[in-house]
Write a protein that binds this ligand. Structure first.
Ligand code: DHB
Ligand code: FE
Length: 285
């Protein structure tokens, strides 16, 4: 059985990549955000993940509106990034873990999830920015860290429900628990928290909801699954709905047999670009 180290969920705003490129870590605007990662870096020194399973949404780099899978699992030997037009650097490519990917795919299809499997896949800022936040040296290759990316569509309607995303995560956790290898696995979810980039409510942020959501992930992880996608958009903004990645990551812990979690670290800061930035590290209790 893979060893589940915990779940790390975070926002994935492209401007963070720009701030890193310009070394703005101690700039007053950015400091409260970057300081949130100090405890995570210390935790990673002991946790030493060998595999990162990341739930994220592609924003038009690998999938465009003409072909948009609801759920897609990477099963490639490696994953590159590319210029998305945000003006942020591309990063060194990620090594994949194809055998584990196919094990996850077989379990998910066996659980009636109708997936797209990707033997070629580029990953966008929703993966590259959070990975750089965790490993600022972008030395995941040298560290032998492998990536297993799982895309959940939050861009092209209709979207899978929050409950369905939780169930997907749960099934991924079951697959990790039934994997015969002893890999040290960190589950990640990226996106959110509340933000809206377009329309009349552009700039919308809902701190009350975000904080309630963060609390719920510790003790009542299905709390947000009571809401429909449209209710979540109303409460968190058109892009705030990316919080389903956090639900999938939390579901993966449950599916892997983690009955209780403890909150090792949390940070919440408004705003980063247009987004309420959140960071939550949960470990098996
Ligand atoms: C922003 C946030 C996102 O989640 C994203 O994918 C792109 C931009 C922003 O706040 O600028
Ligand atoms: Fe996004």
């Amino acid at each position: 059985m893979a060893r589940i180290l915990g779940s790390l969920t975070t926002s994935h705003v492209p401007a963070i990549g720009g701030a890193i490129a310009r070394s703005l870590h101690t700039d007053p605007y950015w400091k409260p955000f970057f300081d949130g990662f100090g405890p995570v870096h210390r935790w990673l020194q002991d946790a030493r993940p060998g595999v990162v399973v990341v739930f994220y949404n592609d924003h038009g780099l690998n999938f465009f509106l003409d072909k948009m899978p609801t759920f897609a699992v990477g099963a490639a030997a490696g994953y590159g990034s590319a210029d998305e037009g945000w003006g942020i650097p591309t990063v060194p490519s990620f090594t994949g873990h194809a055998p584990l990917s196919w094990h996850v795919v077989e379990h998910l299809v066996g659980c009636d999830f109708d997936l797209t499997t990707c033997q070629e896949m580029l990953v966008d800022h929703a993966v590259t920015v959070p990975m750089t936040l965790l490993w600022p040296g972008r030395d995941w290759q040298d560290r032998g860290i492998k990536l297993l990316p799982i895309h959940i569509n939050t861009v092209q309607y209709p979207l899978a429900s929050a409950a369905r995303c939780y169930a997907l995560g749960r099934a991924v956790g079951e697959a990790l628990a039934s994997w015969p290898g002893d890999e040290r696995v960190l589950v990640m979810g990226t996106g959110g928290l509340s933000h809206q980039l377009d329309g009349q409510r552009a700039g919308f942020i809902n701190k009350d909801f975000d904080l309630q959501f963060l609390e719920s992930l510790v003790h009542e992880p299905r709390w947000a699954t009571r809401y429909s996608i449209h209710e979540l958009v109303e409460k968190t903004g058109t892009q705030g709905v990316e919080l389903v990645m956090w639900l999938a990551a939390r579901g993966a812990l449950e599916g892997a047999g983690v009955a209780k979690v403890r909150r090792t670290h949390q940070n919440y800061h408004i705003p980063i670009s247009n987004t309420a930035s959140g960071l939550l590290l949960l470990e098996p209790a």
